[in-house]
Write a protein that binds this ligand. Structure first.
Ligand code: ATP
Ligand code: MG
Ligand code: MG
Ligand code: MG
Length: 572
């Protein structure tokens, strides 16, 4: 590629709405251009990076045995009504009508469509397992689009969907995808971490997120450096919308004696509850409660999440602003005898909602005056302001790891990938079955696997920049090498050596750009440092007199003189 035939458009200053470094640098480097809130043009320079991300993802998905297809961006509402997500997905789902007044959506994800394909085209166990993927535009009407490509409304995702005959085989498909993700993020050259995660609104039995480690990440990760324990403490973004919150059918509200209780006892109680297959558990501590109680409960939740991954959990950080239920409300909502509840409206309260009775709740023994919190119920249907984020994120570095194998550390991460075991959530709702060996219909076991293609660009930059600009890992860079000739139009020798090196690199399969714009050296270097090309070769009369060219890696502080004939080898 020659710079004069490409499109380079750099800026000295980032626009005022760019808050974080990746957004600023992508704007300044001319990689993206804003069209509307959370909607961007991918400019030629940025698109090259997107294509590199896609190529790596595609290669590794194919290697892992997934097959590529392409599902439509616009999808009929009927499918989403079948699974109930037409109602449940909430305001993030972009709904549109066609000229006949029929409802459609712009896809935020494609479980419904792929399940529709599966129910009509997968007939026999002989066709299983199968894993379909596509790389396609998504639209989510995010509450707060921000940080450029990091949280756009329109973005590109790779999403894959596996179909298996039973749980065991589904878990194998999941493990294959997990391993493929590890290879993908290794090839990106990024520092990342896989963590146990919440299934959230997508549902299912277990999930992991892949995070690029960066201080500007929106998620807090806890992990144990001396074991493989790692989990996400969900940030406020992941809070379920009011309509997605679980409807309580049974409150765990029975305490043997009204009064105050100790943290350990509540922890123990929760432990008992969890082992009894509580399907969804929501708890929170009143904002007045100080660190230790919250910390302990939180740790317990993480432990349960980790060890009992069949449990579906709903984490709700912070209820600082939620008022306590009154005794009358509790009775009305849950039909519980007031005698069980103890004093309601205590300052420090623990709210638990479970969808199954926990029989040995009465094993719970009240203790002395320690934490002064009480078990009660919360009605999510009518509840209340969105909680502040910080409240339940009180796990601290140095706390014991829930697996007992060391102490916890905390770091921030950017969620770039998410893999889910879906089980039969979708196949059941949409009646997607296959025929087993005996000719009997069985529900398909599903998994789904997402990677935020465009978010990767932002995440990679958050991890790789300096005061001059972006420092792309070679595998993602828009160009691997830039040739900067000094006096391309003045010196015959410079021109000849430049053309010869350029041809040699092209022939060697190196992704090279020749800066033939005739810019001053300072301006030229500043552009390529901002854009973040990993290797630069400077060709000038002075060096050529000694038969040498100048090489400088993007992170090098000094240039290295390299003999002309050795340059291609040197770069490769
Ligand atoms: P987040 O927690 O950041 O809102 P999510 O959990 O809603 O993400 P998933 O439904 O798990 O996202 O989608 C799979 C992947 O798609 C995410 O891991 C992320 O990389 C990417 N992604 C999700 N939302 C966006 C967005 N608004 N802009 C860019 N990429 C996104
Ligand atoms: Mg998330
Ligand atoms: Mg989201
Ligand atoms: Mg996710």
């Amino acid at each position: 590629m020659r710079a004069t035939r490409f499109f380079i458009s750099t800026l000295k200053e980032a626009p005022a709405d760019a808050e974080i470094i990746s957004h600023k640098l992508m704007m300044r480097a001319g990689m993206i251009k804003r069209l509307g809130s959370g909607i961007y043009n991918y400019m030629p320079m940025g698109l090259r990076v997107i294509r590199k991300v896609e190529a790596i993802v595609r290669e590794e998905m194919n290697r892992a045995g997934a097959v590529e297809m392409l599902m439509p961006v616009v999808q009929p509402a009927e499918l989403w009504q079948e699974t109930g997500r037409w109602q449940k997905y909430g305001a993030e789902l972009m709904r549109i009508k066609d000229r006949h007044g029929r409802d459609f959506i712009i896809q935020p994800t494609s479980e419904e469509v792929i399940t529709d394909v599966a129910r009509s085209d997968i007939k026999s166990y002989r066709q299983l397992p199968i894993n379909f993927y596509h790389i396609q535009t998504k639209f989510r009407d995010e509450r707060r689009p921000r940080f450029g490509l990091m949280r756009g409304r329109e973005f590109t995702m790779k999403d894959a969907y596996s179909f298996d005959r039973d749980v065991e085989s589904m878990k194998k498909s999941y493990a294959i995808m997990f391993d493929a993700y590890v290879r993908i993020f290794q090839r990106f050259g990024l520092q990342f971490r896989a963590v146990a995660a919440d299934n959230g609104a997508i549902g299912g039995t277990g999930s992991h997120e892949f995070h690029v480690i960066a201080d500007t990440g929106e998620d807090d990760l806890v992990y144990c450096p001396t074991s493989d324990y790692a989990a996400n403490i969900e940030a406020a973004e992941a809070l379920p919308l009011a309509s997605e919150r679980p409807t309580p059918t049974q409150a765990m509200t029975k305490v043997s004696t009204p009064g105050t209780v100790k943290c350990e006892q509540v922890a123990e109680l929760l432990g008992i509850g969890l082992q009894q297959n509580v399907k969804s558990l929501v708890f929170a501590v009143d904002g007045n409660e100080e660190g230790s109680v919250k910390k302990q409960l939180w740790l317990l939740l993480l432990r349960a999440d980790h060890e009992l991954n069949e449990i579906k959990m709903q984490k709700v950080p912070g209820l600082a602003n939620a008022r306590m239920a009154t005794e009358e409300e509790i009775i009305e909502w849950f039909g519980t005898e007031p005698g069980y509840l103890g004093p309601i409206g205590a300052k420090k309260a623990l709210n638990i909602v479970a969808d199954r009775t926990v029989a040995n709740m009465s094993d719970f023994v009240c203790g002395a005056n320690e934490a002064n919190f009480h078990l009660t119920g919360v009605n999510w249907e009518r509840d209340l302001p969105l909680p502040a984020i910080a409240d339940l994120r009180n796990v601290q570095a140095g706390d014991p790891s829930p697996d007992g194998k060391g102490v916890l550390a905390i770091q921030r991460g950017i969620e770039v990938g998410h893999v889910f075991q879906l089980g039969t959530n979708y196949s059941e709702a949409m009646k997607a079955t296959y025929l087993d060996e005996n000719g009997k219909p069985q529900l398909l076991q599903m998994g789904c696997y997402g990677i935020g293609i465009t978010r990767i660009l932002g995440a990679a930059i958050e991890q790789n920049f300096d005061d001059k600009g972006i420092v792309w890992p070679t595998s993602l860079a828009p160009f691997e090498v830039v040739i900067c000739p000094m006096g391309y139009d003045r010196s015959e020798q410079v021109k000849a050596e430049t053309e010869s090196l350029y041809s040699a690199l092209v022939a060697a399969g190196v992704d090279v750009i020749l800066d033939d714009r005739g810019e001053r050296p300072g301006a030229m270097f500043a552009d390529w440092e901002l854009i973040g090309v990993p290797h630069r070769v400077v060709i000038g009369d002075r060096g050529l007199k000694e038969g040498k060219l100048e090489y400088q890696g993007r992170r090098d502080t000094e240039a290295t003189a390299v003999v002309v004939a050795d340059m291609v080898e040197f770069i490769k």
